[in-house]
Design a protein around this ligand. Sequence first.
Ligand SMILES: [Zn+2]
Length: 196
Amino acid sequence: MASVRVDHGVTSGTFSLDGQTFEVDNNVWVVGDDRQCVVLDAPHSVPGILDVVAGRAVTAILLTHAHDDHVRVAPELAEATGAPLYLHPAEEPLWKLTHPDRPMPQPLADGQEIAGLHVLHTPGHSPGAVCFYAPDLNCVFTGDTLFHGGPGATGRSYSDYDTIVASIRERLFTLPSATVVHTGHGRDTLIAAERL
Ligand SMILES: [Zn+2]
């Protein structure tokens, strides 16, 4: 497994909720070796994501949460790659806002492990938000739960500030200090830097 690596891209588009729309850049994270990989989130552009996949077989598409900027092209990416989608069941209300005619993805559960990634249920930004911890790679993929500089947004529907703070304290700040944090938007950080 020494050849497993993290690849990164950025796609751009919009995020809409509660009647407002914002321009956003989303990170795309791909974890795998030279032959196969998993994709974390499906933002905005199938070609943009497939550029990062670079011809490898995709074995799963893991969704950190169901805000439309993270799942907009999830069904198309699943069709293009043949890979199953995974999402925490508590995201169903948000999934239905974006994809009312699509079935819910396969369920993610706290403690589950997929392709070396450990699922951490970290509600707050949304009810079924998850992070994916990769101990062998010394990193965690936090979606919109933890950014460089602090917690993700909790000002809109289905979010709760006290819940996200508890999730971050109990599930992320308990990871090793040197763990690299790969976020859903913007730059990386370290657990040690955000714990201050
Ligand atoms: Zn979000």
